[in-house]
Design a protein. Structure first.
Length: 73
């Protein structure tokens, strides 16, 4: 288990160093990496909030004992 954690840390640090090295080559490349990170982070946040809302609504419905809404046939 320790080897997995150490490998994960080394890979993460190595990836960050490589991205920093690539971004420092040209300001345009750095801007492109930053814009991609922002767009990806925004998408993850939006879908994460939507998923958490769906899970919370499902748990709330399950705990309240309410019947499921009628579905059209």
């Amino acid at each position: 288990m320790v080897e997995i954690q150490t490998g994960f840390e080394q890979n993460t640090i190595g990836a960050i160093e490589q991205f920093a090295e690539i971004a420092s080559v040209d300001p345009l490349v750095g801007a492109m990496l930053l814009s991609g990170a922002i767009l990806t982070g925004f998408a993850v946040a939006v879908f994460g909030v939507a998923t958490l809302g769906a899970v919370a609504a499902s748990i709330k419905r399950g705990l309240s004992g309410a019947e499921e809404p009628n579905q059209p046939a």
